[in-house]
Design a protein around this ligand. Structure first.
Ligand code: PLP
Length: 391
């Protein structure tokens, strides 16, 4: 199998799996237990928290472990906005139209709760405008939530510049505009330093960087106003109730450290493979177009539009060749729903529905890329010849 869907999930690294296994066996203690088995589980959670903090340039007391990216994002957006409104700071939130649904739907829920939400647009590359951000800030703005890397097209947002704008505005108005970033697609490709980014909250998901599914990280800067979403026990520094997923947390701690190791070399190697695949497809498939991501992008993502086909059909055809890729559109109630990201980028709907994402990973080889490049043109031609709708 040729796996080119690393933006969806990554294989668990063997070092991560090995580190986790004891906690699925003899080391099964509850970290709250007041005996040796519990204490050793707590010690392992503490080690993972320290490693995670170190990888992000944060303090251990600023790291919460969660059930994944979706929980981290919902907790950050809802928990901060709620706490800020309760403190009388305001009820306006700014986010972008190209967030992952975890962020977008959390923002829509805020609207149900009476918040006013501004959705920033983007250009054809998928980049958000800093001028639009600056113009959208208001005295009652309490939170900006902007993703660091888009999961569909790989575009990197100017988060460090955006936090400076939010901070300056805060200074001029005398109240804080907090900043959250969904950095789920960044580890392994970009450095994530919370001081350099200037963020108050960061969401991460372990299974996107060689860790286990159902485990995530929420960085919350010290003294950030925050109301927990999950109520119950006092775990995770009183901010996230529920018995800890010790195996997942241990795996997360190992995976986040591994994501930093050899990053530049990985970046160079994967970018060369991605660029080769892009050049081959553009040369061999008539009318193929690369969506977004030319300049400011992660090196592992290639989103290509093949006009005249529906992306699900190509994904299914590639699967028959043992190739895993992803389609950005979703079929619901027999209606094709194009990707909200491509729509925001101004991609025409006919182009958007034929868009396929190839996302490479650490283990991707040149032979795999060559095989994919040789299969795609024939399958696109076949699907186009069978298509009933005109191109
Ligand atoms: N944010 C982005 C950018 C993602 O790509 C994903 C997963 O696809 C998520 C959030 C959700 O993460 P999780 O699967 O851990 O809930």
């Amino acid at each position: 199998m040729i796996y080119l869907d690393h933006a969806a999930t990554t294989p668990v690294a063997s070092k991560v799996r090995e580190a986790m296994l004891p906690y699925l066996g003899a080391a099964y203690g509850n970290p709250s237990g007041l005996y040796a088995l519990g204490a050793s589980a707590q010690a392992s959670v503490d080690v993972a928290r320290k490693a995670t903090a170190g990888a992000l340039g944060a303090r251990p007391s600023e790291i919460l472990f969660t059930s994944g990216g979706t929980e981290s994002i919902n907790s950050a957006i809802l928990g901060i906005a709620y706490a800020m409104r309760r403190a009388g700071a305001g009820d306006h939130v700014i986010t972008t139209a190209i967030e992952h649904h975890a962020g977008l739907h959390a923002a829509q829920f805020l609207e149900e709760l009476g918040f006013d939400v501004t959705y920033l647009g983007c250009d054809a590359q998928g980049r958000v405008s800093l001028a639009e951000l600056a113009a959208s800030l208001r005295p009652e703005t309490v939170l900006v939530s902007m993703m660091l890397v888009n999961n569909e097209v790989g575009t990197v947002q100017p988060v460090a510049e955006a936090t400076r704008i939010a901070r300056d505005f805060r200074a001029s108005r005398g109240h804080r505009v907090l900043f959250h970033t969904d950095a789920v697609q960044a580890p392994g490709w970009l450095p994530i330093d919370v001081e350099e980014l200037g963020v108050d909250a960061v969401s991460l998901s372990s299974h996107k960087f060689g860790g286990p599914k159902g485990s995530g990280i929420l960085y919350l800067r010290r003294a950030t106003p925050f109301r927990a979403l999950l109520h119950g026990g006092g775990q995770e520094l009183q901010k996230r109730a529920g018995t800890e997923n010790v195996a997942g947390i241990v795996g997360t701690g190992v995976a986040i450290e591994m994501a930093q190791v050899g990053r530049m070399e990985r970046l160079r190697r994967v970018r060369a493979l991605r660029d080769h695949l892009r050049d081959e497809l553009l040369a061999t498939v008539p009318d193929a177009i690369v969506n977004g991501c030319q300049e400011h992008c992660t090196p592992n993502n290639l989103n290509v539009a093949f006009r005249g086909i529906e992306s699900e059909q190509l994904v299914a055809a590639l699967d028959r060749h043992g190739i895993a890729a992803s389609s950005g559109s979703a079929c619901s109630n027999s209606l094709w729903e194009p990707s909200h990201v491509l729509m925001a980028m101004g991609v025409p709907i006919r182009t958007a529905v034929g868009s396929v994402r190839f996302s490479l990973g650490e283990g991707t080889t040149a032979a795999e890329i060559a095989a994919v490049a040789s299969v795609v043109p024939g399958e696109v031609a076949r699907l186009r010849s069978e298509a009933t709708t005109p191109r």
